[in-house]
Design a protein around this ligand. Structure first.
Ligand code: FES
Length: 149
């Protein structure tokens, strides 16, 4: 299959995404959509009593880069504490995939936002959102970042 501007790793995660599916016992869910392209990402996390993300899954209706970044972000956060998972930026996800074409960088923002939204959901349920001041200005609708690389 021609790979065009995409790295081998992007193609691998697009064609064989990891961690796809529902998670009925998730304790955090992030649902993010990009109104411009219409792509939608849902990300689920399971967090244990020590704040470690023990499992992560996703369902994405979107472009190949959205699928590859969803797949990679779920891989990157498994085993991380929520605090460390909050450090996983869209750029880190894109880097782990061997890079993304400039015009596709915004797709990785969807993955970052979905992860954050899932963590916010988890913390809200536990009434602990105020323990993470870095989430104070979190805006789920901030998905258009990086349109110009
Ligand atoms: S074009 Fe919509 S997320 Fe990629």
């Amino acid at each position: 299959m021609p790979q065009g501007p995409y790295s081998e790793k992007v193609m691998e995660h697009f064609l064989h995404p990891h961690n796809v599916g529902d998670m009925p016992d998730a304790n955090g869910t992030g649902h993010i959509g990009n109104p411009t392209c219409g792509d939608i990402m849902e990300l689920y996390i399971k967090v244990d009593e020590k704040d470690i993300i023990t499992d992560a899954k996703f369902k994405t209706f979107g472009c190949g880069a959205a699928i590859a970044t969803s797949s990679m972000v779920t891989e990157l956060v498994k085993g991380k504490s929520i605090k460390d998972a909050l450090e996983v930026s869209n750029r880190a996800v894109a880097e782990a995939l061997g890079g993304l074409p400039k015009i596709k960088m915004h797709c990785s923002v969807l993955a970052e936002q979905a992860l954050r939204a899932a963590i916010v959901d988890f913390l809200k349920k536990k009434n602990r959102l105020n323990e993470f001041p870095q989430l104070k200005n979190f805006k789920p609708e901030d998905v258009e970042r990086e349109h110009n690389g």
